[in-house]
Design a protein around this ligand. Structure first.
Ligand code: GDP
Ligand code: IMO
Ligand code: MG
Length: 444
């Protein structure tokens, strides 16, 4: 096992603060690798008064001496990536030979975004009594259709293909004919897709990205052999995992740590420490069941204090109590070795805090097992433990011992229920507002 490799993974439905923790851990690693997802991810990093929103570029990019890798498991929207790179450079962040992109990463094309939106609009018109609309509430970034093409094979384009003009043109002629017909069938009123225009546009984007596009699998293996310390940055989160999340209200990749080997080409033994990132409460963006959802003033207060509005789409996030049935399950599938509990400061001022420890099923039984199936999870009701809250602000706390007694009790109870140590506690958005166990700060 490579004890110098750390995976940072979301244990809920996303936006747990992975970007902040990756940024914090970057100084102790050499290579930061994204293995899944695409521009659906929005990872915020706050450094003093500067706030960065990263979508495709790994959150390690703010540290100039580190290598950032977009692995083969990511779906890349080349134009969005170029915008992101330009935006970073304008703010004085170096993006050059420190950014590598897998030639095998799949490309998100404009028609993927049109397909995504058209399917969502179509499904939004179909409602079911127990589940609301059948729309997933995607980010409309073309993620599902791009992964769909990857699996379909004959209609896919990979980053390496952008560098071969003749091959790209040939493929686009076939794909555009097919896609134009499919979009029409979904009711999209738009002119037919123009393969020549797309080949030119994306050939140019490919040329700009050429210096970064490479065989990252050999690159990553060479880095491991050279003793480099790897940091894997999960995008999206475990309960949105295509195989293990609340299907079908999930994203289209393996966002749990199970996606790391396939999405990087590095075998499993390369993951040593798995740091699961968990908000002190729950949030979810988009559709799907949410057993601990708060639709009252407590939820509104948490949303406001936690600035719970999407980094990618700006949508208000749904808010709920901490669901430890769900988190325990995510820890299990991810092989989590420790927890970072983020946004604890947001709970200051809530009189009583609830933790979901079980689900009551329609037959009256209480189960401690998560239900990774949206249709069946809708029928489960959360069973809670109630703990006293604390009123003091905690953003200036310098270590865990300095937290109010009830905040410490909340963390202790979570550790007991998960049977895992909380290695970091987030008390504010800034890099420095993170309390770390002394033993962890020295962890390489
Ligand atoms: P990610 O997608 O997991 O990287 O998370 P996002 O960046 O989408 O959302 C997390 C939000 O919480 C961002 O606005 C962060 O700046 C912010 N944040 C992260 N950790 C903390 C924390 O401990 N306290 C507070 N108040 N905000 C935090
Ligand atoms: P980060 O990395 C929160 C959700 C979408 C939608 C579902 C499918 O910032 O934690 P998609 O566009 O992927 O097809 O949408 O997944 N979703 C996220 N929610 N944070 C994310 O990423 C998300 N990535 C996808 O809201 O419900
Ligand atoms: Mg996010």
């Amino acid at each position: 096992m490579n004890t110098h490799a750390t995976a940072v993974v979301g244990l809920q439905w996303g936006d747990e603060g992975k970007g902040k923790i990756v940024d914090l851990l970057t100084s102790r690693h050499d290579v930061i690798v994204r293995y899944n997802g695409g521009a659906n991810a929005g990872h915020s990093v706050q450094v003093g008064s500067e706030r960065y929103a990263l979508h495709l570029v790994p959150s390690g990019i703010l540290h100039p001496d580190k290598i950032c890798v977009i692995g083969n498991g990511v779906v890349v929207d080349p134009e969005k990536l170029l915008q992101e790179i330009d935006g970073l450079r304008q703010r004085g962040i170096e993006v050059g030979s420190n950014l590598l992109i897998s030639d095998r990463a799949h490309v998100v094309m404009p028609y993927h975004k049109e397909q995504d939106a058209a399917l969502e609009d179509f499904m939004a018109g179909i409602t079911r009594d127990d589940a609301g609309s059948l729309a997933i509430g995607t980010t409309r970034r073309g993620i599902g259709p791009a992964y769909g093409d990857k699996v379909d094979r004959s209609t896919a384009i990979r980053m390496g293909d952008l560098l071969d003009a003749a091959y790209l043109r040939e493929r686009l002629h076939v794909i555009c004919g097919l896609r134009t017909r499919e979009l029409k069938a979904l009711g999209v009123q738009a002119p037919p897709l123009d393969p020549e225009a797309l080949a030119k546009r994306f050939g140019e984007a490919g040329e700009r990205l050429r210096p970064h596009i490479t065989d990252t699998v050999y690159g990553l293996h060479d880095a491991v052999k050279a003793g480099k310390r790897m940091l894997f940055e999960g995008a999206n989160a475990s309960l949105l995992d295509i195989d293990h999340g609340t299907y079908p209200y999930v994203t289209s990749s393996n966002c749990s740590t199970l996606g790391i080997p396939a999405g990087t080409g590095l075998p499993m033994r390369n993951i040593g420490r798995v740091l699961g990132i968990m908000k002190a409460y729950s949030t979810r963006v988009g559709g799907g069941p949410f057993p601990t959802e708060l639709l009252d003033a407590i939820g509104d207060g948490i949303r406001t204090r936690g600035r719970e509005f999407g980094t990618t789409t700006g949508r208000p996030r749904r808010v709920g109590w901490l669901d430890l049935v769900a988190v325990r399950y995510a820890c299990m599938i991810c092989g989590t070795t420790g927890i970072a509990c983020t946004l604890l400061d947001v709970l200051s001022g809530v009189d009583e805090l609830k933790i979901c420890t079980g689900y009551r099923l329609p037959d009256g039984r209480v189960s401690d097992r998560f239900i990774p199936d949206a249709h069946r999870l809708t029928d489960a009701t959360a069973v809670y433990e109630t703990l006293p809250g604390w009123s003091e602000p905690i953003r200036d706390a310098s270590d865990r011992k300095a937290l109010p007694e009830n905040a410490r009790r909340y963390l202790d109870r979570i550790e007991a229920l998960l049977q895992l140590p909380i290695e970091m506690v987030g008390v504010g958005p800034d890099r420095r507002q993170t309390l770390e166990a002394a033993s962890m700060a020295s962890h390489a």
